[in-house]
Ligand binder design. Structure first.
Ligand SMILES: *Cc1c(COP(=O)(O)O)cnc(C)c1O
Length: 438
């Protein structure tokens, strides 16, 4: 973007000239009510989704078990379509299980492929499930987890095998996020992967906060392995199934640890021994979630229709405007941008730190002003999503946040309500928005 809009009217002009503005009309939400800046937790519902899910219900009703003639292909077909958003040629992405389970499957397969190496490198500031899955896995396999300490705002500085205490020759696997869930810091997939490869290690990327948001070129960047969820920027709905990517050249070499019949070469021969399928299907486990797959397919369709380049061009402009407005209105009220200072290292959301972030987010939701979310210790995350957020939404949202930040807290001198505990509370079980999934 040349000049950032300096008024709401200029923001409106940007919306009028936005080449992908029409995408917004393909999602539910009539523009009244709170401004939704939480699409990085749960994407909005596309208008097409109910019909698509109803289509599977109809197939089930009318075709019964005969429906499997077509359903059986869908994990790979939808996977290939997600692959177009990832820069992945067909045959390398499949929809299966949850992100956490896919992390376990691929990390375990990678460790088995590097039996003489003992170390897994991971980021201490990564999303909890990444850390937990790896801790459990190294414990079971007698490996060692070495933490890379990324900067909480700036992200990874030297995200490489040599940056931790381990020597490169010991590293079996490097496991990192493409976009950090809290700060939105974006990693350089190509250079991290190249450096790990120089040391003989494999790299597994969690792209949950990247897929459908930032431009990706998994094939071009030489990426080995990747996983991600489909309910954030891919709009698949709550609990929609995750995806996984395995580079074609690695597929025959890797075996995942869960030997289910959907990963079997000749599945319906019901043979005695497990003999993994050739290709990406060996990373499936059990019967695929056909209803969820239909929702994922509907969720990615608007993105595929315009392509990642135009989505990212708009996202970068939205985030730039957001950052400028936060600097202008919220920083004077004691907030701080907790995302990379270099805009080219930012993903699709901005982290804004403030000591009262939790109560501010709570109040914004209670007053139907803005839906954002809170991440401990003091961060509110603001995600303007290119598919359905307008420039005026960013303009208005920051004004609304400033209004809440600037007012005395309810109850005068009453203490700020305590932040929710960082551990032990399943995020999606708490109340609206504040700590929703991801
Ligand atoms: C949202 C998210 C997940 C989600 O994992 P599930 O198994 O789908 O609950 C995993 N990793 C990262 C980095 C995420 O942001």
């Amino acid at each position: 973007m040349g000049n950032l809009p300096a008024s709401r009217w200029e923001a409106e002009l940007l919306d009028r000239s936005d080449p992908i503005a029409a995408l917004r009309d393909r999602f539910f939400g009539d523009g009244s009510g709170p401004i939704y800046l939480d699409g990085n937790s749960l994407g909005r519902q596309p208008l097409a989704t109910p019909g698509r899910v109803a289509g599977v219900l109809e197939e089930w009703r009318t075709r019964l078990v005969g429906g499997w003639d077509e359903w059986i292909e869908r994990p790979g077909l939808v996977g290939d379509r997600i692959g177009r958003l990832l820069g992945a040629a067909p045959g390398q992405v499949v929809v299966s299980d949850s992100t956490s389970v896919n992390l376990y499957k691929l990390a375990s397969a990678a460790l088995d492929a590097r039996p003489s190496r003992s170390v897994v490198l991971a980021d201490r500031n990564d999303f909890p499930t990444v850390r937990y899955v790896l801790e459990g896995l190294v414990g079971r396999t007698g490996r060692e987890l070495c933490w890379v300490d990324s900067d909480p705002s700036e992200g990874l500085s030297l995200p490489a095998p040599t940056s931790a205490s381990a020597s490169g020759a010991e590293v079996a696997l490097v496991c990192l996020s493409g976009v950090n869930f809290r700060s939105g810091a974006r990693a350089d997939l190509r250079s991290v992967t190249a450096e790990a490869h120089e040391h003989g290690a494999l790299v597994l990327w969690d792209l949950s906060h990247a897929a459908g948001c930032v431009p990706l070129d998994l094939d071009g960047d030489g990426v080995d392995l990747a996983v991600g969820c489909s309910y954030k920027y891919l709009n698949g709905g709550p609990g929609s199934p995750a995806w996984l990517y395995v580079r074609r050249g690695l597929q025959s070499e890797l075996r995942q640890p869960i030997w289910g019949w959907w990963g079997q070469a000749d599945q319906f021969a019901m043979g005695e021994d497990y003999d993994p399928a050739l290709g990406i299907d060996r990373f499936q486990v059990g019967t695929p979630p056909v209803l969820g797959l239909a929702a994922v397919d509907a969720g990615i369709e608007p993105l595929l229709d315009v392509g990642m380049a135009s989505l990212w061009a708009k996202t970068a402009d939205l985030v730039a405007l957001l950052a400028a407005r936060v600097e202008a209105l919220l920083v004077p009220l004691g907030a701080r941008i907790a995302s990379p200072s270099d805009p080219s290292r930012r993903g699709g959301h901005l982290a804004v730190a403030h000591e009262q972030a939790w109560s501010v987010v709570r109040r914004l939701i209670d007053l139907d002003l803005v839906v954002a979310d809170f991440r401990p210790p003091d961060v509110m995350r603001l995600a303007p999503v290119a598919a359905y957020t307008r420039f005026v939404d960013v303009w208005d949202a920051v004004e609304r946040i400033a209004g809440v930040l600037g007012e005395p807290l309810p109850g005068g001198d009453a203490p700020v309500p305590p932040a929710p505990p960082a551990h032990g509370v399943p995020a999606h079980r708490s109340t609206r928005g504040v700590t929703s999934g991801g």
